[in-house]
Design a protein around this ligand. Structure first.
Ligand code: BGC
Length: 748
């Protein structure tokens, strides 16, 4: 063996060994050994999470820039309060050297403690590592859902995991697995949309991308499933307001994505901030202990959301004071408290245990879960990563994947007379509040919490206007903003400029918002923006709408005035480039709506609504949305044929195979999302009109055909029955793909 080969082998074996994951028994043993050595104070410290903001140097004007840790505060947090977890950024993102400095200081301090337990640092890297300068930014989750491409979602998650490690962070407050059952909810864009099946599949892909099989590898991170559970259907539609959800529907619509992700090994969950049926979830032992830990056998830990234990007495008023709130939450099953600004939790919990009001067994259970995650992540061996070795951070390779994901997310909703793709020789008016803003493309959780401050935008990324100018030449493009989000600016000027162009591209949508700052009283697109399009339409020139928005704002008044509509969601840093490439035909759009786009403010129905939802009195036969869930057009045409089921009579645990052939009958290569829906004809709980049960994204060249096979098993036919347990009933089912239908029966 020559020397080079020997060295190569030696180093590969060495790497394999150093990355080898401890098995469950070894980890459990290490956790128990450590637990027996810990004092009560050390244990409660592990259950405490602080935000970095309270550990940074500040004066009366706020944080001092460049940010620096206040070493006295750090000392007190780590050595006196023995804090086990730190989170977040202060106001804006750090660059990698900023993270390196902070993480190194924190972990070095932790290594000086008696038991050398590393700190678990967590952030919201929800569309790429949005709090590290120069990281690769993907579309927000709703856009990722619109790709309907699970492999792409997994690849994007791998990149996020890698770039988060490059920032020294091993824990991500992502993915959001809340199923967004109301379009009013301002966090819809953080989800994978309204459908349980789609959200579950996407969630599994994210877990595979973040956690993989070897969690202590230098490119893996722990996922945190949010927000367990029932957060996404507040009765008022406003964030963190009460939900009324019976257990049957909790289990039917909200539990499955969490359940699937937990089966895939997700290491942590964050708890729903709100109340369900009058019970704040942070105080609910049924959801946190009975369902999450006993029934789902979840071995990870449950962290509170921001200040939510305090909220039990300051907002929800089920406790008289902090001490009582801590007692209720910890006894209900909360393992870690995102306090996050003081030590009230730590002090109160220590005293509660001393007074016998919280049993030591509950503390041990929580700490065991937290330590287990720290061991699994390899933090004890390597609390500080090799910062230098992440050469691919923000690389061209990563950016390519982001552009691909963005391109596959954008959804063509209308295209009269094939106006798109646009001819590059046209004179164009670009107008609208979304036309020249990178912030609007990215949305919240971007560089800052609200994502609105332009100072931190990524240099070199294009707005929609810039991408259009780059393609057709600035001299062929006029730009007039026309309106702000809610008010008019210069609509008349837009009209004047429109006189001299061939086509109008109106970029409409929402300003950035995060959490309850996105609450709205009216789901329609604001009047000023509707007026801009209405006035422009009088010129009888083709209008192309580009919508950048986190939820479907109603456009029924202007939809008939548009020749084409592109829904871009919140496409991220590459949104401008991808939209430009789609408008001019360099990319064939393939996104599909992951939610129902409603037409009317009082008909906000999901696609899988019930028969009795349809308002017969108004003489309607369908829910009549503006655009259906799963809808999205292409520059080519696909034809579906030969839908066949392998049997007409399915029994017991047998599998039903469903075949369908898809042909590209147009003249461009394109991608299509083949969607399989089931319809249960009669059931003991009112069946939905249809339910997604399978999908696959395929690419076809002109004239190319592909036959797909979907497999359905008994569990695909199940629903939550009258006793709140899954049930499969005998009967007749339709399987529907595109406009084809086959019927089969099932017998237990
Ligand atoms: C949000 C969570 C987020 C947490 C930490 C909360 O306000 O609800 O989604 O992970 O803050 O930033």
């Amino acid at each position: 063996m020559n020397m080079r080969l020997f060295l190569l082998l030696f180093f590969s074996i060495f790497t394999l060994l150093s990355d080898a994951q401890l098995n469950e028994t070894e980890i459990d043993k290490k956790v128990e050994e450590l637990l027996t050595k810990m004092t009560l104070e050390e244990k409660v410290g592990q259950m405490t999470q602080l935000t970095i903001g309270c550990l940074l140097k500040a004066d009366e004007k706020g944080w001092i820039r460049p940010y620096e840790l206040d070493l006295k505060m750090l000392d007190s947090a780590i050595h006196y309060y023995k804090v086990g977890s730190i989170m977040n950024v202060a106001y804006e993102e750090f660059d990698r050297s900023g993270w390196q400095k902070i993480i190194t200081q924190i972990q070095n301090e932790a290594m000086k403690t008696r038991l050398k337990i590393p700190v678990l640092y967590g952030v919201d890297a929800v569309h790429g590592v949005n709090f590290t300068k120069g990281a690769t930014l993907f579309p927000q989750q709703i856009g990722m859902a619109a790709t309907w491409n699970t492999q792409l979602v997994q690849r994007a998650s791998e990149i996020t995991a890698y770039e988060l490690n490059a920032s020294g962070i091993k824990w991500n407050f992502s993915p959001v697995l809340d199923v967004a059952r109301t379009p009013l909810w301002p966090r819809l864009w953080e989800t994978f949309g309204e459908d349980v099946y789609l959200a579950s599949k996407m969630g599994q892909s994210v877990i595979a991308g973040y956690q993989g099989n070897n969690l202590n590898a230098p490119d893996r991170i722990a996922a945190c499933l949010k927000h367990f559970m029932g957060y996404s259907m507040p009765l008022s539609g406003k964030d963190r307001t009460p939900a009324w959800i019976p257990e049957r529907y909790l289990r039917e619509y909200f539990l499955p994505p969490f359940e699937q992700a937990i089966k895939k090994g997700a290491l942590s969950v964050m708890i729903n901030s709100s109340e369900i049926n009058g019970i704040p979830v942070h105080s609910d032992p049924y959801i946190l202990t009975e369902i999450l830990k006993n029934e789902l056998k979840f071995k990870g830990f449950a962290v509170s959301d921001w200040e939510d234990i305090k909220y039990l007495y300051t907002v929800h008023r089920i406790a008289h004071n902090n001490r009582e709130a801590v007692k209720i939450a910890i006894n209900a099953g909360v393992d870690m408290s995102m306090v996050p600004n003081d030590f009230s939790f730590t002090r109160d919990l220590i005293s509660l245990v001393k007074d016998g009001e919280v049993p030591m067994s509950r503390i041990d259970d929580a700490v065991r879960r937290i330590l287990r995650v720290k061991f699994i992540l390899g933090l004890f061996n390597k609390p500080i990563p090799e910062f230098k070795s992440y050469q691919k951070f923000g690389s061209k390779d990563h950016q390519k994947v982001a552009l691909e994901a963005t391109s596959e997310s954008i959804t063509l909703l209308k295209n009269l007379n094939n106006i798109l793709p646009l001819d590059k020789n046209k004179k164009i008016l670009v107008t609208g509040v979304g036309a020249n803003s990178l912030n609007v493309l990215n949305g919240g959780w971007t560089h800052t919490w609200l994502g609105r401050d332009t100072a931190w935008n990524t240099a070199g990324r294009l707005t929609i206007l810039q991408a259009i100018q780059n393609t057709v030449g600035a001299k062929n493009v006029k730009y007039v903003k026309g309106t702000d989000f809610e008010s008019e600016i210069n609509i008349q000027q837009a009209l004047d400029e429109a006189e001299n162009v061939d086509v109008i591209i109106a970029c409409l949508g929402e300003n950035t918002y995060t959490e309850n700052l996105g609450n709205i009283d009216d789901i329609s697109l604001p009047d000023a923006q509707l007026k801009l399009v209405t006035e422009l339409s009088r010129l009888n020139k083709p209008i192309i709408l580009v919508l950048t928005q986190g939820r479907p704002r109603l456009i029924n008044k202007i939809e008939p005035l548009a020749a084409a509509i592109l829904m871009a969601y919140l496409p991220g840093d590459f949104g401008g480039e991808a939209i430009g490439k789609i408008i001019f035909g360099e990319i064939n759009p393939s996104g599909k709506l992951p939610f129902t786009y409603p037409r009317y403010p009082n008909t906000l129905l999901t696609y899988d609504h019930k028969y009795s939802d349809v308002i017969k009195g108004l003489n309607k036969t369908t829910a009549d949305p503006q655009f259906e869930f799963g809808f999205g057009m292409s520059y080519t045409k696909f034809k579906y044929s030969d839908l066949k089921a392998s049997t007409k009579n399915l029994t017991g645990d047998d599998t039903l195979k469903v075949f369908v052939t898809v042909t590209n009958v147009g003249n461009k290569t394109g991608k299509e999302v083949v969607q399989l829906y089931l319809y249960d004809k009669v059931a003991s709980i009112t069946p939905p009109v249809k339910k997604l049960k399978g999908f696959e994204k395929i690419e076809l060249k002109p004239n190319q055909s592909k036959t797909l096979v979907f497999k359905l098993s008994k569990s695909d036919l199940s629903f939550i029955g009258r006793d709140n347990k899954p049930v499969v009933e005998d009967g007749e089912f339709d399987v529907i793909i595109d406009n084809l239908k086959e019927t089969f029966t099932y017998k237990n």
